[in-house]
Design a protein around this ligand. Structure first.
Ligand code: PLP
Length: 466
């Protein structure tokens, strides 16, 4: 027998073990700390940096999972850091099945069901957020979707695939996600090609300033390529005036990309907040954020597949399709920067069909409402102040009751909150001030969990100041 063959019975036993083990974990989850208590870098180094195993240890490798889970940050209902989805478990089962099936979801011929399901799921997502008719593909996440979108924009407005990069300017707000600057760097345009337009009091791009910046660049002989509107900025969840962005794109012949990695899926619950989004040429959204999927699934939508093909079709002879059938000849790799691709769609397909879109709509609406509950609780607490309106589900605030340096104090409070392990917050900078930030994109979170944030920050502040 070959060395890596696993008998079916052994697989069955191990799979049962994993299903029992993970089901136990899910049962315990609501009561687990929001961060593993007392975990240190030295501990994880000591536990997980052993020598390369030349001989296998068999099923004992599974016993080590206990330690992995113990030193992981649990998917707790009281995790409010960053913008990170809460890992809905039907989806995790879909991931498991997809791994066993091991499809190369890159072309119909390599994954007939997989590619068809991916195209279906992408169509569903587009429909669900009011962008019916868009096509696209699933990506590793929002950063890769933004990179692909800006590559398409560059190729549409200042083609460079053949002759190399000649320049081009991208506009976004000062609050846009770092993946926009990263994409500009990766595309060879450089950070200097990104104009970060000032925002208004609600952290939305000022379109007057945007127009002025475009006109200035044109006067100076530069080549504007694209405007990136944010549909949910990372720090505050603000939504740029997308209709006005679309008008400017039409007027100046620019590509309109919407970075909806955080917020676009909230259009399921509050579509009016996203007016103009469906005028985009391309749009990123992240099921692994606000569709609660386990990490590793973003999505890029675009209006015209020919734009994606212009950017990404570099077919080699070894990959040429031998059929003219539009379904059987379809290849995602002609519209994506990826070639070998996992069957990401299976988890989404199972999760959406198991629960139905309405359940996701309700859950997102609940997250939005919980953010308002938190905002009201902060506003009612004299020791705290909120530093931004709550457009979606990110709430930025700080402890304000001290004559000392509030940035230093709030950093210490954040560290203490994490050590206390009851809620997990992250941070942001608002008006050059360090703030605590809670973001609710978690299908497990309840009102009690959210109320705990205020209590925990006050308790941590008491300990820090004692
Ligand atoms: C607005 C926005 N865009 C893009 C991204 C990047 O997404 P990902 O982490 O999936 O690469 C994020 C991540 O938080 C985000 O908030």
């Amino acid at each position: 027998m070959r060395s890596l063959i696993l008998p079916a019975g052994a697989f069955r036993a191990l799979a049962h073990h994993i299903s029992d083990f993970t089901a136990d974990y899910l049962e315990k989850l609501p009561n687990l700390p929001s961060y593993p208590p007392g975990v240190s870098g030295q501990q994880t180094q000591a536990l997980f940096t052993g020598d390369l195993p030349l001989e296998g240890i068999g099923a004992a490798a599974f016993a080590d999972l206990e330690r992995v889970f113990n030193y992981a940050r649990p998917s707790s209902p009281r995790f409010f850091g960053y913008v990170f989805g809460s890992g809905e478990p039907i989806s995790a089962l879909g991931d498991f099945a997809a791994g066993v099936l091991n499809q190369n979801a890159t072309a119909w011929r390599s994954a007939p069901a997989g590619v068809t399901i991916e195209r279906t799921v992408v169509r569903w997502l587009a429909e669900a957020i009011g962008c019916a008719g868009f096509s696209g593909s699933l990506t590793l996440g929002g950063s890769s979707a933004n990179l692909m979108a800006l590559c398409m924009a560059r190729e549409a407005k200042a083609p460079a695939n053949q002759s190399g990069v000649r320049g081009g300017v991208i506009y976004c707000s000062a609050e846009a996600h770092m993946s926009i600057a990263k994409a500009a760097a990766l595309l060879g345009l450089g950070h200097d090609s990104v104009r970060k337009i000032a925002v208004d009091e609600a952290f939305r791009m000022r379109t007057k300033d945007l127009r002025a910046a475009i006109e200035r660049d044109l006067r100076e002989g530069k080549q504007p390529i694209a405007i990136v509107g944010s549909a949910g900025t990372t720090a505050t969840g603000s939504i740029d005036p997308l209709d006005e962005v679309a008008d400017l794109c039409a007027e100046f012949g620019l590509w309109m990309h919407v970075d909806g990695a955080y917020g676009a899926l909230a259009a399921l619950a509050i579509p009016d907040a996203f007016r103009g989004m469906n005028r985009a040429d391309s749009l990123s959204l992240d099921p692994h954020k606000w569709l609660y999927q386990p990490a590793g699934v973003g999505c890029l939508l675009y209006r015209n597949p020919a734009d994606a093909q212009r950017a990404f079709s570099h077919t080699g002879d070894y990959a040429r399709s031998l059929t003219n059938d539009p379904i059987e000849g379809f290849a995602i790799f002609e519209e994506s920067m990826e070639l070998s691709r996992p069957f990401r769609a299976l988890k989404l397909w199972m999760s959406l069909r198991y629960f139905g879109l309405r359940a996701f709509q309700h859950s997102i609406a609940e997250d939005l409402e919980l953010a308002q509950v938190l905002a009201r609780a902060i506003d009612a607490e004299p020791h705290l102040e909120r530093l931004a309106p709550v457009a979606l589900s990110a709430v930025c605030f700080r402890f304000k009751d001290s004559n000392g340096d509030l940035d230093v104090l709030n950093q210490a409070i954040l560290q203490r909150v994490t050590q206390r392990g009851r809620v997990y917050l992250s941070n942001a900078v608002i008006h050059s001030q360090f703030v605590l930030r809670a973001c609710i994109v978690n299908h497990r979170t309840t009102e009690d969990d959210v109320r705990e944030i205020v209590a925990e920050v006050l308790a941590a502040a008491g300990e820090v100041q004692a």
